[in-house]
Write a protein that binds this ligand. Structure first.
Ligand code: FB9
Length: 495
């Protein structure tokens, strides 16, 4: 108990000493305190064994309803109507203006406090002869408020008008216990070294341990929903034996982002309307010269069984720095490195930010997180791609996949991936995939019988579906409600 509560409890004990018995409700009224406050004091005193005996009792009590409190404060409708009737009368249309006036008028008429004169055409209201009423309803409501009795028939009338209601009140009857005292010390909450040393712990009253008390919520950090979903995808890739690619370069050369992927320099995606080019440093030429020569040749003249795009491929285009438009640029770097170091079957994945200069809407910003999986092995086929996609999405709870032929500049064949969403009751596009073209792989120096299958999806779409977020600006950006980050549950992907 706090010092103030100890003082209040001592005062209650002193009252009990003088009165032998006290009821919590009557004591609360005497002290003009809330009843619950007194109940709390009694429960605290019960911790001090033997000081008091308290028995709970249930009483029925009449209290004013909300409307009853209004009439107790401002008078009954009928009495207010009566007071507004002047000696020379008043037109009924003037007197009765609203719903409460109608109630008051009807009651005043049934009490014969007023009378109607229709001799002049429109009804006119006068005070009835010889009446001088008091506001008995208001008086009765005041008596009930004070806890005083009123005649049963009057109370029945007030109940019928919903001005009073009967409530059950639990209260405590308190008497002195066998160890009654008016001096109580504050129950100790901690066992101290001093108590152990001087032995006072033997006589000290300890506050009961509240085992159901909730511990102090540790203020911990909270993962953003996107990062929760990222960890789910990362775990799935790791379980499937994939190695994470180093994606810590948002700025990329056009060479790795486009040219190495056999994406021609006049492709619309390479236009400033779709891509963010960097002004400083605008150029990068640290890509391997011998490899660049092969890329230039396959674009401009063809080779490796391809006729190429038959255009004048320019270094100046390949040197342009940009914000990577896909993590496939990183896949290209990794595959080139694999070829240089001596090919061995490999599985890579990446999950990181990519940037596209596209029109924004409720579900698209100029950046998103791309998730990409890559499998490089001897003679992998489209069937293998379908199989690895089934395995990957199955771990996300998706069992029904459909594949739709599509086009990507760097994969052939390509497939869009669809899954049936039970919640949304429709087929939802869940990604894109394909087999990297030989014009991409062979200039890198990968063996001719090596194929590379790959697929991609975003982090934002599944996160928005998972957490029921309709507008991407409620998921990312400077306007999100940070409480959303704290409140969102742990991520269990069940699509
Ligand atoms: O993520 C997408 N949809 C999606 C993914 C998951 C999901 O729920 C999880 C299973 C539980 C629900 C939806 N999409 C790809 C499809 C659409 O949302 C699409 O409208 C938006 N796409 C992005 C690109 O749009 C500018 C998503 C993003 C995307 C698209 C393609 C790739 C990567 C990301 C790719 C690729 C690729 C292809 C071949 C080889 C290598 C990479």
């Amino acid at each position: 108990m706090t010092e103030k509560e100890v003082d209040m409890a001592t005062e209650l004990l002193q009252f009990l000493e003088l009165n032998e018995r006290v009821n919590s409700i009557s004591y609360a009224k005497t002290k003009n305190l809330e009843h619950q406050k007194i109940v709390g004091l009694i429960k605290s005193l019960q911790v001090h064994e033997g000081v008091i005996d308290a028995s709970q009792k249930t009483d029925k009590n009449w209290v004013l309803s909300t409307e009853g409190k209004k009439l107790e404060s401002s008078g009954s409708y009928e009495f207010n109507i009566f007071k507004r009737v002047p000696a020379d009368g008043i037109a009924q249309s003037e007197l009765v203006k609203d719903k409460n006036d109608k109630i008051g008028f009807s009651k005043a008429m049934s009490n014969r406090w007023i009378k109607v004169d229709k001799s002049g055409g429109a009804p006119k209201i006068f005070v009835a002869d010889g009446v001088n009423p008091t506001d008995i309803v208001r008086d009765n409501l005041s008596r009930i408020k004070q806890g005083s009795p009123i005649p049963d028939k009057d109370r029945a009338e007030l109940k019928k008008r919903k001005l009073v209601e009967e409530v059950t009140i639990k209260s405590f009857d308190v008497t002195k216990g066998e160890k009654f005292t008016t001096k109580i010390e504050k129950a100790a909450t901690d066992l101290t070294a001093q108590m152990i040393q001087d032995g006072s712990w033997k006589t000290t009253t300890f506050k009961d341990y509240n085992y159901s008390a909730m511990g102090i919520k540790p203020s911990a950090g909270h993962l953003h929903p996107l990062l929760k979903v990222r960890s789910v995808y990362r775990q799935i890739f790791l379980e499937m034996g994939f190695t994470e690619m180093p994606t810590n370069n948002y700025v990329e050369s056009s060479f790795w982002n486009f040219d190495a992927l056999f994406q021609p320099q006049q492709h619309p995606a390479r236009d400033a309307h779709d891509t963010f080019f960097i002004s400083d440093p605008a150029e990068c030429d640290t890509f391997p010269a011998d490899y660049a020569e092969k890329v230039k040749r396959v674009h401009s003249e063809g080779g490796f069984g391809s006729q190429g795009y038959c255009y004048d491929w320019k270094y100046s285009e390949a040197k342009k720095n940009l914000l990577r438009t896909h993590t496939t640029a990183v896949s290209a770097r990794m595959l080139y490195k694999l070829a240089k170091e001596g090919f061995k079957p490999s599985k890579y994945f990446s999950i990181d930010r990519v940037f596209r200069n596209e029109s924004l809407d409720a579900t698209h910003l100029a950046e998103f997180h791309q998730v990409e999986g890559v499998v490089a092995d001897y003679s992998v086929t489209l069937g293998d791609l379908m199989g690895v996609l089934q395995a990957f999405f199955h771990k996300l709870g998706i069992t029904k996949l459909r594949f739709k032929p599509a086009y990507n500049p760097y994969t052939e064949p390509s497939m869009e991936i669809f899954s049936y969403h039970e919640g949304l009751k429709k087929w939802v596009e869940v990604g894109n995939s394909g087999i990297f073209r030989p014009e991409m792989l062979l200039p890198m120096g990968l063996p001719e019988d090596v194929n590379v299958i790959a697929w991609g999806l975003s982090l934002e779409r599944p996160t928005m579906i998972k957490y029921g977020i309709d507008n991407i600006r409620d998921l990312v950006g400077h306007k999100i409600n940070l409480q959303m980050v704290q409140d969102n549950p742990v991520c269990r992907m069940d699509f």
